[in-house]
Design a protein around this ligand. Structure first.
Ligand code: FES
Length: 161
């Protein structure tokens, strides 16, 4: 099956099985290894990307759903000023001891901040409820997200799952 879609603002065309998972297409075919695979069944949030402005677990997205879709991975988000502010705040808080979950959590946090530049702790916990940190360092992650300067965020990073 020949599929054309957009990844990080660039056109992509691949030949693949309709059932192939987006996480594999991103990591193996396109070399976008910032998207991680943890559970492989939609439970951990390591593989989160934006699809048409919505957070999705890329391990659950088959290739046949991709034609004309717009995908943003952590590599794409990392080009934004919003990412730089968020990453700095998370670094300042000492978040992500091992880093495996960081791309999924940063995508979810960036999506939250795009809608709400001053989230409460409860709102942050709700927004990250689909993301598991293997190290259990949620307090540092929340501290980091709350440390982001409350500037208007881009609307480009869409809605919630
Ligand atoms: Fe996709 Fe865990 S690898 S949700």
């Amino acid at each position: 099956m020949k599929i054309s879609f957009i990844v990080n603002n660039g056109p992509v065309t691949i030949n693949t099985s309709p059932s192939r998972r987006l996480v594999d297409i991103l990591r193996i075919d396109l070399g976008l290894t910032g998207t991680k695979e943890g559970c492989g069944e939609g439970s951990c949030g390591s593989c989160v990307v934006l699809m048409n402005g919505n957070l999705v677990n890329s391990c659950l997205i088959p290739a046949f759903k991709l034609p004309d879709a717009e995908i943003v991975t952590i590599e794409g988000y990392a080009q934004s000023k919003e990412y730089a502010n968020l990453k700095q705040a998370l670094d300042n808080a000492g978040a992500f001891p091992c880093g495996f979950c960081s791309s999924g959590i940063i995508m979810a946090a960036g999506n939250l901040l795009a809608e709400n530049s001053s989230p409460t702790e409860a709102e942050i916990r709700e927004a990250l409820s689909g993301n598991i940190c293997c190290c259990g360092d949620y307090d540092s992650i929340i501290e980091g997200i709350r440390g982001v300067t409350a500037k208007p965020q881009s609307r480009r990073y869409g809605k919630t799952r």
